[in-house]
Ligand binder design. Structure first.
Ligand code: AMP
Length: 210
């Protein structure tokens, strides 16, 4: 199963991807997590990406295309993968098509901007492994500590309200057109956000015919 998870920032792509990769036994590839790790390690890619990310802007397409083609060529992606947060522009989608990267389905998680603004204030991510939590909806077993790796949970810099607003604008302008792009290719599976993480996971699996 080769899958793309589309949706606004804060729609729950990361949370759903983590659950789906266990159910489907394929890796999740999150360009956001790859970039945050690159920043933490001070790599040239990280240095290039940091100012864009802090400002809530997209990192240039050529940086992303390089990262994703390299990552998808790795051994663990042979049986399939879940892409979380990529492609985010038509140019990225076209570059992947040209590179022969194909998909079985594109799940678009649908949620109103107002719900996202509310939700983002409670989001926490693991500094070490990138797992995401929410203080109310998906709390860790121990406050501030990652269930999977014991790392520290922090609030992302780009989850500040004015940056979230900017990221939503960028989403509507740059990323949302991908829905029409994949609809034309018969791949789009829109899924309404549900009142719980579990219910949304079920809705996604139904949309995938599982
Ligand atoms: P995310 O964790 O997916 O919300 O990504 C956080 C930030 O990383 C975004 O706001 C962008 O600045 C950058 N980023 C992640 N994935 C992409 C992508 N596919 N294209 C451009 N920028 C990206």
């Amino acid at each position: 199963m080769r899958l793309i998870l589309l949706g606004a920032p804060g729609a729950g792509k990361g949370t759903q991807a983590e659950r789906l990769c266990k159910t489907l036994d394929i890796p999740t590839i999150s360009t956001g997590n790859i970039l945050r790790a690159a920043i933490k390690n001070g790599t040239p890619t990280g240095l290039k990406a940091k100012s864009f990310m802090d400002a809530g802007q997209l990192v240039p397409d050529e940086v992303i295309i390089g990262i994703i083609t390299e990552r998808l060529a790795e051994e663990d992606c042979r049986e399939g993968y879940i892409l979380d947060g990529v492609p985010r522009t038509i140019a990225q989608a076209e570059a992947m098509e040209r590179a022969g990267i194909v998909f079985d389905a594109v799940v678009s998680i649908e949620i109103a901007d107002e719900a996202i603004m509310e939700r983002m204030s409670g989001r926490r991510v693991c500094e070490s492994c990138g797992a995401s939590y929410h203080v109310v909806a998906v709390p860790p077993r121990q406050e501030g500590v990652c269930d999977s790796c014991g790392g520290q949970l922090v609030q992302r810099k780009d989850d500040a309200p004015e940056t979230v607003q900017r990221r939503l604008e960028v989403y509507h302008k740059e990323t949302e057109p991908l829905k029409a792009f994949y609809k034309e290719r018969g791949l789009l599976r829109p899924v309404e956000n549900q009142s719980s993480v579990e219910a949304t996971s079920q809705a996604i699996l139904r949309a995938l015919g599982r």
